[in-house]
Design a protein around this ligand. Structure first.
Ligand code: MG
Length: 201
């Protein structure tokens, strides 16, 4: 199982990062050990600026390579929410030096994932989500404000990498990313339902 993450997939988030809009999906990967399925997240010692990024996550249902965009909807049927934790200080340093981002993005437990999946009945359906930090809404997103759709992402990624059943795609975060500190609580709401609740310890 692999975790593919899309970067800069919302206009407002690209702006807040002072980054240009991508002409094609930007992706990177996290290992299976990045998954976190418990309520407690332990703040890593190697960063002083850990950011939350709440994202819609797709689960791939069957193997596929070079998937045509018009058939991409056959490769997933449900979604949930996850967090793409990012050590922003380390990422910034990597960017400045032109180095890969893995140590900022792919560390153990950097990908908390909800256990509650909702079916995607038709591809035109709007999927809305929110992230609350300590009871306050800090991020609001919708599948309809993504730069690259689920189907475009699957078509693009599968040109390079074979997708397999059980693979996860974190589809990018909307604007409002920010820091978490020990003692914070993060709550991810998918279509208004609390699907992931995390305590930072
Ligand atoms: Mg992200």
């Amino acid at each position: 199982m692999k975790i593919i993450c899309i970067g800069r997939n919302y206009v407002e988030h690209a702006k807040e990062m002072n980054a240009p809009l991508p002409p094609a999906p930007i992706f990177f990967m996290k290992p299976e050990s990045a998954l976190l399925r418990t309520r407690d997240f332990f703040y890593p010692k190697f960063t002083k600026n850990l950011h939350y990024e709440c994202e819609i996550v797709l689960k791939i249902d069957k193997v596929g390579k070079n998937i045509d965009e018009k058939f991409a909807h056959k490769y997933y049927s449900s979604c949930t929410l996850g967090l793409d934790f990012t050590a922003r200080d380390i990422q910034q340093n990597c960017k400045e030096k032109g180095l890969p981002w893995e140590i900022a993005k792919s560390f153990d437990q950097s990908a908390p994932l909800s256990k509650i999946w909702i079916p995607i009945k038709n591809k035109a359906e709007e999927i809305k989500f929110e992230l609350e930090k300590n009871g306050e809404i800090v991020q609001k997103g919708s599948s309809q404000s993504m730069i690259f759709t689920f189907d475009q992402i699957i078509a693009y990624v599968s040109k390079f990498i074979t997708l397999k059943k059980g693979d996860l795609i974190y589809t990018g975060t909307p604007s409002g990313v920010g820091e978490v500190k020990i003692g914070d609580n993060l709550k991810c709401l998918l279509m208004g339902e609390d699907v992931l609740n995390l305590n930072i310890k």
